[in-house]
Every structure is written in C-alpha cells, then in structure tokens.
Ligand binder design. Structure first.
Ligand SMILES: NC(=O)c1ccc[n+]([C@@H]2O[C@H](COP(=O)([O-])OP(=O)(O)OC[C@H]3O[C@@H](n4cnc5c(N)ncnc54)[C@H](OP(=O)(O)O)[C@@H]3O)[C@@H](O)[C@H]2O)c1
Length: 340
C-alpha cells in the first residue's frame, strides 16, 4: 500500500546521492516529489532516473501543479525514460507530474521565497506535506588550511540552507488545515476528529510565555482532547560528524551539529503546531561525497565493516516521516560507528 499517496514533498539535494534515494522512495510510496538543487542537468537526470525505476506503479491522477511542474515537463522532452520502462503514454504523463524539479540554491532566502510563492493559495496542489533538507557539501581539510570563503560556504550550505528551508516551508506547512499530512495515514480516527478542536499552540500561540506544563494542565482541566493537528514533517539530514570528532571536518561538523540543535529546538517550537521535525545522522554512505574514502583503515573502524547505502538512509527517512509520534527523533545510521 502506498501510504503517502497524494502527499507532496520537497527534497533539497534531491538530484543525487541520499536525497535522490529518499525522493525515489517517497515517489514509490505514492508521493509527489519536487527535487531541489543548483544544477538543472543533475535534477533532470534524477527525474528521469526516478521515472525509469522498474518497480513504480502508476495508478492515480496528478495532484501537483506548482511552478516546478513546468520545469518537469520541460525536462521530459530531453530525458525520456529508457524504452524498457513500464510507464507509457497517458500513464507516463500522469507519473511525470509526480516528479518535478526546481533549480534552487538553499542558501538564498529570495529563492526559497519565490519557490514558496508558487504554493500560496488553496487546494491540495498548494500543500507541502514533507520537507527533506538534504543539500550539503563536505570538507576535507584541517581548519587552519581551510580558506575563509570555504568556511562560509560550508556553514551557508549545510546550516543556513537548512534553517531557511525550515523557516520558509514551515510557514507554508502551517497553512495545512486538513488532516491529510503524512502521519495522518497511520493516525487513529480519534486524533483526526479532534484536530479541529485543538487550540492554537506552538508557533501560532499568541501567548508565547505559556510553558509546556501549563498548556498540558490547562488542556486536561478544560477537557480538551489530546493531540495537535498534523500539519507536516521535516527531516533534516545531519551527520554522525555532528557528534564525533574527525580530523579535517571541523566546519562541516559544526554545521551539522547546528542542524541537530535546530531540529531539537523546532521539534518543540513547530511540534506544538503539528509540524514534526526529525533528523537522521548517517555515517559513511556510498555517494559521490565519500568517493575515495573507502579504505581499509576506515572500514575497520565501522563495526559492521562497510559503508551504508543510500537506500538504507531512505528507509530511515521514511520511518521518521511515517511514524506519527516521531518528533525530535534523532536517528543514528552509521553501522555502529557512533559507538566506537
Ligand atoms: N555520503 C555520506 O557519507 C554522508 C554522511 C553523512 C551525511 N551526509 C549528508 O547527506 C547529504 C547528501 O549528501 P550525499 O552524500 O548524497 O552527497 P551528494 O550526492 O554530493 O549530494 C549533495 C546534494 O546537495 C546539493 N547541493 C549542494 N549545495 C547546494 C546548494 N547550495 N543548494 C542546493 N543544493 C545543493 C547537490 O546538488 P547541486 O550541486 O546540483 O546543487 C547535491 O545534489 C548532505 O547533507 C551530506 O552532508 C552524507
């Protein structure tokens, strides 16, 4: 069963590696995905790869009509899936609209703003249910030898970009009024029916001074039913290096530790408004980012003796998206390297 049917996801860094694997998994779950990254050719290629996946099963009409859908149709002319693809003709057209892309530099607030402008208005096509903050760049030099420009780029891409994504998309998610967010697919009918009676809290709360305990106490006293309305879910892709010191990764590690702090804080701040915020902390994963790193000395350090795969990270992201009680869930996925 495709439990993310009709959900809409934005994936930064969706053109390659971990982001692409997460996008493909969400697509296979029935989600409409919009891939975000700086390089249009990379995004086009990723779109074709997802659409040519042999196991996808076209079965429902399109729901996404954002600005990126036009980018999607542009690219479809030059990146047709292979002839062996099971998708064809009308079904093909429907499926294509479920995979779109939008060139975007995550460090640019104005780019985020203009992307989000295309999601203003009512209707399911204007919803954003899921945000995956996966764009990132790595560092392979000691701090003293890292030029200031590179320091700034590392912080901007890995931390500032994630902050901006959470800020702009979080605001859009707040407008999600129905209970059809990702987690509602596994919620009980009780939590759905109570959604509209839940008082404004969290980032919507006018009385910002009221604490958690007071809010809970008041809810119990007034007989308010439990639970907040589901409005969406954010998964931040941080890194094991947020928690483990490795030479030559200081600025990257600082940025990723910042992403974990951001996740902690927003799980509280946004969680009260029904937006869940989680993080996955991968160890060494086989992508372009780790090219050349797979050597015996590193492999020996990892208890499971191998690098992880992008599909394994996608599994973890899917868990964080689908589990309706996952909020501030910071999930290590490193073959046990965090224990060493
Ligand atoms: N591979 C690992 O072992 C590992 C371990 C822990 C954490 N991670 C994290 O996982 C995430 C994905 O990495 P990956 O391994 O999949 O590497 P990757 O294949 O190099 O993916 C990085 C993606 O980020 C995009 N990107 C970079 N800068 C961007 C910007 N300013 N704006 C928008 N998009 C940008 C890139 O696309 P463009 O260049 O086209 O923009 C690319 O698609 C990163 O956050 C990384 O830190 C990776």
């Amino acid at each position: 069963m495709r439990s993310l049917l009709h959900k809409q996801a934005l994936i930064t860094g969706g053109g390659s590696g971990i982001g692409l694997a997460i996008a493909r998994r969400l697509y296979l779950e029935g989600c409409s995905v919009t891939l975000l990254g700086r390089t249009e050719s990379t995004l086009q290629r990723a779109q074709s790869l997802i659409l040519s996946h042999p196991s996808h099963q076209p079965s429902h009409p399109p729901s996404h009509t954002s600005v990126s859908a036009s980018a999607s149709s542009r690219s479809s002319a030059s990146n047709d899936p292979p002839a062996s693809s099971p998708v064809s003709n009308a079904q093909d057209d429907n499926e294509r609209t479920r995979v779109s892309y939008h060139p975007l530099n995550v460090t640019s607030a104005s780019s985020w703003q203009s992307l989000l402008n295309s999601y203003t208005g009512d209707g399911d096509s204007k919803r954003i249910d899921i945000l995956i903050n996966c764009a990132g760049i790595t560092q392979r030099s000691p701090l003293m030898k890292t030029p200031v420009e590179e320091v700034e780029e590392l912080l901007d891409t890995n931390l500032r970009g994630t902050v901006l994504g959470c800020k702009f998309v979080g605001r859009a998610m707040l407008r999600n009024r129905s209970s059809s967010t990702a987690s509602s697919t596994t919620s009980t009918s009780t939590s759905r029916s109570t959604a509209t009676s839940t008082p404004k809290r969290g980032v919507e709360q006018e009385d910002k001074g009221r604490g958690v305990q007071e809010g809970v106490k008041e809810g119990v006293q007034e007989g308010v039913k439990e639970g907040v309305q589901d409005r969406g879910v954010i998964v931040n892709v941080a890194s094991l290096l947020a928690q483990k010191g490795v030479i030559g990764t200081s600025v990257y590690a600082a940025a990723k530790a910042g992403v974990v702090g951001l996740t902690n804080s927003l799980a509280h701040e946004y969680g009260r408004s029904g937006i869940r915020v989680n993080a996955v902390l991968p160890g060494y994963i086989e992508t372009d980012m780790t090219t050349g790193l797979k050597n015996p000395s590193i492999l020996q350090q990892i208890p499971l003796g191998r690098f992880g795969t992008t599909d394994e990270v996608a599994d973890a992201a899917l868990f964080l998206i689908k589990n309706p009680y996952a909020n501030n869930c910071v999930l290590n996925l490193d073959g046990g390297l965090s224990a060493v």
